[in-house]
Design a protein around this ligand. Sequence first.
Ligand code: ZN
Length: 327
Amino acid sequence: MTITRRTVLASTAFTAAPLAGPALAQSTSPSSAAQGSGTRQAPGFYRYKVGDIEVTAINDGSAPRPLEGFIRNAELPAVQQAAREAFLPQDTIQNTFTGLVLNNGGRLTVIDTGNGDSGAPTTGRWMANFRAAGFDPAQVNTVVISHFHGDHINGLRLKDGTAVFPNAEIMVPAAEWAFWMDDARMNQAPEGARGGFQGARRVFGPIAKDVKQYEMGKEVVPGLTSIAAPGHTPGHTAYMLSSGSGRLLILSDTANHPDLFVRNPDWSAIFDMDADQARATRRRMLDTAASERAQVAFYHAPFPATGHIAKEGNGFRFVPVQWSSAV
Ligand SMILES: [Zn+2]
């Protein structure tokens, strides 16, 4: 038999029929339309295992930034071309925020806390998603901070001063503390560049004597080892999470959006404080991830912000994990 449009239609007629009948009529009635619509997604958390450690990625929402001016050392048309190749908008980039919770035998560690109530209106979802995943901030044992930018630390303290994790030990990179908490350095900085210093004081000032500073190459909490990843900030830290044969390379802000900075590792986002050092760190870390075929997690990758790094051309490619219904 020759296949014509008519025979194709005829062969699918039995599946199409219910849609054309009562079901279609029902779906257009006001009540069922209301049930099937909305402006919110399911809660933004995603669990996966690294050996015996349960990892939960917790999303804090996202904030749009103009693509123009986002990358210091590339012309806008080149950046727009990279966005086009990734089917992203040509004018804005959505900067997303995804922290991690480690559950290691009932011991809870939060790595980076999101924007709290200090960020853009499209952020600040972290706590709702954290609670939706079944966690209680009072039960967090440790909060580990990768660096002192506001989108990583502001979730520690609400604007009214409330400590969000009342029972947690707070651990920060010693090099980051030394830089941002240095009064002389803050006073030398131009007025417009003092926000980062003041933000760090807002968050850590009330607990300064209790904050634990950690060094690089050290096990910060069981299974989590700090890796020096300077450039984005002076004390910016990545981590290797290990349990049994499971390993996760936590890249923090070694790269921002992967379709721009994993594809083009020599591009510099405006957030990188020492662009050359950040580039060298980025190439080294992505190269390690690719050659070791390690699973990676990074803060500004599209949710659930985990996948693998493949070498491609002069750069790399981020390959997201396949969503799994089973943990
Ligand atoms: Zn960041």
